[in-house]
Design a protein around this ligand. Structure first.
Ligand code: NAD
Length: 291
């Protein structure tokens, strides 16, 4: 069994990015600049967005964090987005989700200039992704592709079962893995909360992508021997033995499933760190395309 070590792979990618920054500087070129907008004080969102900003600093990117209060109106958020859209120093930016309920998320994502949409959430970029055209692939699916690539996991001709059909993970993952691409050419089954015979399907899978957000949902009796398992789930479970007061649990019962798997991602340290690394990669890409 091989652990698909997202923490180490993400560190490798960040080292590669840092070298590219040095090269850009040596050539007198502009360093990539990522901006992030966060609305409100949600603890998990603040942790994620701070991790993104810190990661920028570590690789030598410039970063800007824009913090807006919980009661920010949709109009003023749209105004902030427009400022970033026209700021030529900003190569890419993200709006940290979820947004407060009084703000229409779709309207906000639509307002981001697709050329700066390093999260890859704008319909233009989702459409390009679906057509296998050059674009920004959103960071979590992009990270999963990269992890499979760097560990030489064969996907061609394999049966992939994706659990979950969200716009940010399950749906793009199913599209990407079925495409004719380096990591792709798989036969993909996408499943969701209305799927009836899930276990029958997962038992046929060579590769399982679990992205449903139910802790330890995928058990050993649901997978065949030598399966590859990508655990996207992150749920905070209260744990008084931890300094933070919680621990992170994935969608896979790791201890039992890892005994049958040939490749498996841990939680934490699997898909999570890859997501940030690929956001940085998209920012570099945005900077290169623009300049
Ligand atoms: P979501 O919450 O938007 O959707 C969950 C999906 O799971 C839905 O499509 C639903 O139909 C499906 N589902 C629910 N119950 C099911 C069941 N019993 N059987 C089959 N399918 C079922 O999902 P999301 O936003 O993709 O998040 C999923 C998990 O991944 C969450 O834990 C989230 O925190 C995590 N996540 C992690 C990263 C990362 O960087 N590692 C990124 C995004 C999401």
């Amino acid at each position: 069994m091989t652990i698909l070590d997202g923490k180490k792979t993400a560190a490798d990618i960040k080292e590669e990015l840092a070298l590219e920054v040095v090269e850009l500087k040596n050539k007198g070129k502009k360093v990539p600049h990522l901006a992030a907008i966060i609305v409100g004080n949600d603890g998990a969102s603040l942790t994620y967005v701070n991790a993104k900003v810190k990661a920028c600093e570590r690789v030598g990117f410039e970063s800007t964090l824009i913090r807006l209060p919980d009661d920010t109106t949709e109009e003023s958020l749209l105004n902030e987005i427009n400022i970033l859209n026209v700021d030529s120093d900003i190569d890419g930016f993200i709006v940290q989700l979820p947004l407060p309920k009084h703000i229409d998320e779709q309207k906000i994502l639509m307002a981001v200039d697709p050329d700066k949409d390093v999260d890859g959430f704008h319909p233009t970029n989702v459409g390009k992704m679906a057509l296998n055209l050059p674009t920004f692939i959103s960071a979590t699916p992009f990270g999963i592709l990269e992890l499979l690539y760097r560990y030489n996991v064969e996907t061609s001709g394999k049966h992939v079962v994706v659990i979950g059909r969200s716009h940010i993970v399950g749906s793009p993952m199913s599209i990407l893995l079925s495409q004719k691409r380096r990591i792709g050419n798989a036969t993909v089954t996408i499943t969701h909360s209305r799927t009836k015979n899930l276990k029958e399907l997962t038992l046929q899978a060579d590769i399982i992508i679990a992205a449903l957000g139910i802790p330890e949902f995928l058990k050993a009796d649901m997978v065949k021997d030598d399966v590859t398992v990508i655990d996207v789930g992150i749920t905070r479970i209260a744990d008084s033995s931890k300094k933070s007061g919680f621990r992170l649990v994935g969608d896979v019962a790791f201890n039992e499933v890892s005994e049958k798997a040939s490749f498996i991602t841990p939680v934490p340290g699997g898909v999570g760190p890859m997501t940030i690394a690929m956001l940085l990669k998209n920012t570099l890409l945005a900077c290169e395309r623009k300049n």
